[in-house]
Design a protein around this ligand. Structure first.
Ligand SMILES: O=c1ccn([C@@H]2O[C@H](COP(=O)(O)OP(=O)(O)O[C@H]3O[C@H](CO)[C@@H](O)[C@H](O)[C@H]3O)[C@@H](O)[C@H]2O)c(=O)[nH]1
Ligand SMILES: [Mn+2]
Length: 976
């Protein structure tokens, strides 16, 4: 078994559509030397073959592995040669037992392997307690026999849910009601009082106002029940990691967690960023043997592959260092660039020394990562030249070569058939093999750079996955990538929980998963499909010009949804219950193992019930209907064998999903570029609940686009995704009865909000149209109208202030959000509606424009990106709005000055209205001006001030003349 495990971690597995599953044994993965016993290519003790100076294969403690029963020490190369030559062990000359089955170049008979190894797919045993009928006749579900009596100690909850103080929530609800009623009367008044002089203006405005009122209700209604939640990590420890009768050793009884990271393009998503994310995951505070990390590379890039291997190698030092000194955050890039005193709260005397060494190693690691593109290029050029020489002819295909001198099975720098972005085999490499179940301590300082003699140096399993891609197949973007990982991980580690992160979102709070697990393992946890953590961002300019922080959404809307059926899934920083991802309903005795179509992998099907069982909360309270007994998850996992890995390769092939329900009912849902919202929606629609988990220290942090162009494209993608959802069967109007009413409204709002852009654009042109025509949206001023306006304004202010109280979002952030809403609402959202309509009516597909991630280089000016202006047609509508309104103001002035009867009230109204629009577009204008944009900024501000001053001057020097005949309706005071 040891030799097999070694074989697994030293092999690159490939396979797919028109290629058989192969295991390619690699003697080295990257050029730099690696030493961690869990890592591929790590150094062991000397090979016993005469004339060989290689290192024998070793296990995680550095002990020799003997592939033959005669215990002959042999290195990988000689072993491989022996297999190829005779198949006999060079020591005893007897045939190797298992050897021939995973011959390097032969076809891999994984079906036979699957048949022979009765895999258990995950930790612990699938122990199914009997259903017990209780005296009261009531069905207490899966509560097994032999449950420890807990009556001696009071039962402690893992989480608490606290409603908001009545002093805040009651007036908040009251104001909602007041505004709702007022809006109703206001609109009634508007409809009953048309402007007969300009019915077109009046009509346009009333239609827009009706829509705005409607969209306000959709946005406001789900905010009736916001809640707060807290977790208790101490209780989690007590329940799962403390010796007890059911768990005498006190070994962790927590369920396994599989981390998924997605990356798609090493150009736009710097490998250093991704590597840092991986490092932050490998160092999480969770039982090492229960954590597995999968990286999905949709680019199929050798660069990403090698960067990940480098990260695995550096983890060797980084992870034990984090454990030894309680480092936070466990993303080295962020950690080493933290301002402030690093020694704060650090008590160990060797901290400063260790930190200095690790920092040095990190810098070298960075240099290696930065040098990777060059080194791959140079290596490939050299090998290609050699090949050309050998062939004595010009070879057209330029291969990209791996460190061990073989072809990279993924994308080549110069794309070729079978080696292009959308055309390559599935690739899977176990970069760090599964750790041993017992702690493994490091070496003292004399033998290792840093003293880790009292630190557990084990690392979680790390797997690189690049799913197969072929022309003619729809790969379904990120959702497709995630589903490939769901299947591969089901076979390899089967963590009952899955945490997914985008490559640029890293673990900021190393205890985050433990917080999430509190909800999953608590009473009621069996109905929870996922725990969403808020998205928090770094590297955003202090004024957050383009509302990247999105706090109104993350601290307002999401917290409010938490009080209903749960927050929407936002694509990253989310802990899923694997069983819920499989498209099942929340557990109930009768219908949870309905046949579903998962594809033809037996290993995958078998793993499902195990994941379900292991994901259950602890049955230590009568209210836990579907629990599992304590101590069920303390059994170590079986080692990973080549058959299992080969199986995993087969489920990442591009045809695997044919005639299955993947993407339809199972896994991440296809058909929208915002796969996240639909995926969450489907679960809520089945009756699952989700939970919003805001931790005091941010759980995860990511990067957001800070230049205007990238931001607009991001918003465009989100809005397009929403329109796609609106026109699909996932429209919330078609939801099942299991979706709660207010939750349904929230989802309806998600699908509908881009349509507001049509009305918003219209409304933004109204002030200019008024100024040009001299007509207004109302005809005569009416006290009732003014009262309505006043009430609406006051309720807006009141609601805002109360919302600030319960969400913690500052008022200036509100204003920022409002501004950005006008910018995106008149550009990206509008284009999204058009794109969505084109897709529905003409079948034009929508592409996924990846957001470029900043490499976090420490430039002089960290916000340099902010000033990059790349032209995009998205900028046309807001620019037009600005120009037209500015011109209209000037036009209005001229008109007023030269008219016989100056209508200053109309002018003032028009100017006021225009400035309301322009103030919202101000950050946009600033963004367009770039770094040296001070002058236009000043022009913008001053032209506004001058316009106001002039109009005030005009008013003071020319009092209104009698307007006999000039005012329609006779004598009424004109109000714009
Ligand atoms: O074909 C693809 C396209 C994208 N991705 C990954 O998807 C993630 C999100 O892409 P990004 O360009 O960063 O999008 P954002 O707008 O920043 O992401 C938000 O919006 C997306 C939906 O549009 C969600 O998937 C994300 O989780 C959410 O953070 C990244 O890790 C990509 O590597 C893939 O794996 N394969
Ligand atoms: Mn992103």
């Amino acid at each position: 078994m040891k030799a097999e495990e070694q074989y697994v971690s030293n092999s690159l597995f490939t396979g797919g559509f028109n290629s058989v599953t192969r295991a390619h044994l690699m003697d080295k993965v990257i050029d730099s030397a690696v030493s961690h016993p869990q890592m591929a290519g790590a150094k062991g003790s000397a090979c016993a073959m005469p004339g060989c100076d290689g290192r024998a294969m070793t296990d995680e403690r550095g002990n020799d592995i003997h592939p033959c029963e005669c215990r002959f020490k042999i290195c990988r190369d000689c072993y491989l040669d022996a297999l190829k030559d005779t198949g006999n062990c060079p020591g005893c000359k007897e045939p190797y037992r298992v050897a021939g089955d995973y011959d390097d170049d032969g076809d891999f008979d994984h079906n036979r392997w699957l048949f022979e190894t009765q895999g258990t797919y995950g930790y612990g045993n699938a122990f199914w307690p009997k259903v017990t009928q209780h005296d009261d006749g009531g069905d207490r579900g899966m509560l097994g026999d032999g449950m420890p009596e807990t009556s001696d100690k009071p039962w402690k909850p893992l989480t608490r849910r606290t409603p908001l103080p009545a002093a805040i929530i009651s007036p908040y609800r009251l104001l909602m009601l007041v505004r709702f009623v007022t809006l109703f009367f206001f609109l009634a008044w508007r409809i009953k009082h048309p402007n007969d002089d300009a019915p077109w203006l009046w009509g346009m405005s009333v239609v827009c106002e009706v829509w705005f009122a409607f969209s306000w209700i959709l946005d406001q209604a789900p905010k009736l029940h916001p809640v707060n939640r807290t977790t208790d990590l101490q209780v989690l420890k007590e329940k799962f990691e403390t010796p007890a009768p059911a768990n005498p050793t006190g070994r962790s009884d927590l369920p396994g967690v599989d981390f998924f990271v997605s990356t798609a393009d090493p150009e736009k998503e710097p490998p250093l960023v991704t590597a840092n994310t991986i490092l932050s995951i490998l160092a999480v505070q969770y039982p090492v043997e229960k954590v597995s990390c999968y990286i999905s590379d949709d680019g199929g890039a050798l660069l990403t592959f090698e960067a990940m291997a480098e990260a695995a190698s550096f983890a060797n030092m980084w992870v034990p260092f984090c454990r030894k000194h309680d480092i936070e955050p466990r993303n080295p890039e962020t950690y080493f660039s933290l301002k402030g005193d690093p020694t704060k709260n650090k008590r160990r005397s060797d901290f400063v020394k260790d930190r200095r060494k690790v920092k040095r190693e990190y810098d070298e690691f960075k240099v290696r990562i930065n040098g990777l593109p060059d080194s791959i290029r140079r290596r490939s050029d050299a090998f290609n030249a050699r090949e050309e020489m050998k062939m004595l002819k010009h070879i057209r295909e330029k291969a990209t070569w791996m460190a061990d001198g073989t072809h990279w099975p993924g994308t080549w720098a110069v794309a070729a058939t079978d080696h292009a972005r959308g055309d390559h085999a599935g690739i899977l490499q176990v970069m760090l093999k599964p750790p041993s179940s017992e702690p493994l301590y490091g070496l003292p300082e004399e033998e290792q750079m840093v003293d880790f003699s009292d630190v557990d140096i084990r690392l979680p399993m790390l797997v690189y996955v690049s799913r197969e891609k072929r022309p003619g197949y729809d790969h379904n973007k990120k959702a497709g990538a995630m589903n490939a990982l769901v299947r591969a991980s089901a076979i390899m580690s089967n963590g009952p929980f899955i945490l997914n992160l985008d490559c640029d979102h890293y673990v900021f709070n190393s205890a985050a998963v433990r917080h999430g697990m509190c909800f999953m393992m608590d009473r009621g946890g069996e109905d929870v499909c996922y725990i969403q953590f808020p998205q928090r961002f770094e590297g955003i300019d202090p004024s957050d010009r383009y509302a990247n922080h999105n706090t109104v959404f993350f601290d307002g809307n999401m917290r409010a949804l938490d009080g209903l059926q749960g927050p929407v899934y936002v694509g990253t920083g989310c802990l899923f219950r694997r069983f819920a991802l499989y498209g099942f309903d929340p557990p109930s005795i009768t219908d949870y193992l309905l046949p579903k179509r998962f594809g033809n992998s037996a290993a995958l099907s078998e793993s499902i019930s195990i994941a379900e069982f292991q994901g259950r909360p602890l049955a230590d309270h009568p209210a836990v209907k579907y629990g599992r007994p304590p101590g069920a998850l303390v059994v170590p996992r079986p080692p990973l064998d080549p058959a299992t890995v080969a199986d995993a390769v087969s489920v990442i092939s591009c045809w695997y999903e044919d005639k299955t329900e993947w993407g339809d009912r199972v896994g991440w849902i296809y058909g929208s570029v915002t796969e996240d919202v639909v995926t969450g929606y489907r679960m809520h629609n089945r009756g699952w609940h989700s939970v919003y988990c805001i931790t005091k220290r941010d759980a995860f942090r990511g990067s957001a686009p800070i230049n205007l162009t990238d931001r607009l494209h991001q918003v465009l993608r989100w809005a397009t995704g929403s329109v796609e959802i609106f026109f699909s069967r996932n429209n919330a109007l078609l939801a099942t009865r299991k979706l709660k009413f207010l939750q349904r409204i929230a989802y309806l709002n998600v699908g509908i909000y881009p349509f507001t852009s049509v009305f918003l654009l219209t409304y933004c042109f109204l002030p200019a149209l008024s100024l040009f025509s001299g007509q207004f949206i109302v005809q005569t001023l009416d006290v009732i109208f003014l009262i309505y306006l006043l009430i609406i304004t006051l309720t807006i202010i009141g609601l805002a202030i109360l919302e600030v109280r319960w969400s913690g979002v500052g008022l200036e952030e509100w204003w920022r959000n409002e501004q950005f809403w006008l910018i995106s609402g008149t550009s990206a959202h509008l284009y999204a509606v058009v794109q969505g309509l084109l897709k529905v009516m003409a079948g034009i597909e929508i592409s996924f424009t990846l957001t470029s991630k900043s490499a976090g280089e420490d430039n002089d000016d960290i916000f340099a990106d902010l000033y990059i202006v790349k032209w995009t047609s998205l900028m046309i509508p807001p620019i037009t709005i600005m120009m037209v309104n500015l011109i209209a103001i000037a036009f209005g002035f001229a008109r007023t000055i030269y008219s016989e009867v100056p209508q200053w009230s109309k002018l003032m109204g028009g100017v006021f209205f225009s400035f309301w629009v322009l103030a919202h577009l101000y950050p946009f204008a600033k963004g367009l001006m770039g770094r040296r944009g001070k002058t236009p900024t000043i022009v913008f501000v001053w032209s506004g001030l001058i316009a106001i001053t002039l109009s005030l001057l005009w008013i003071s020097i020319s009092p209104p003349k009698p307007t006999a005949g000039s005012v329609a309706g006779g004598g009424g005071f004109q109000f714009p």
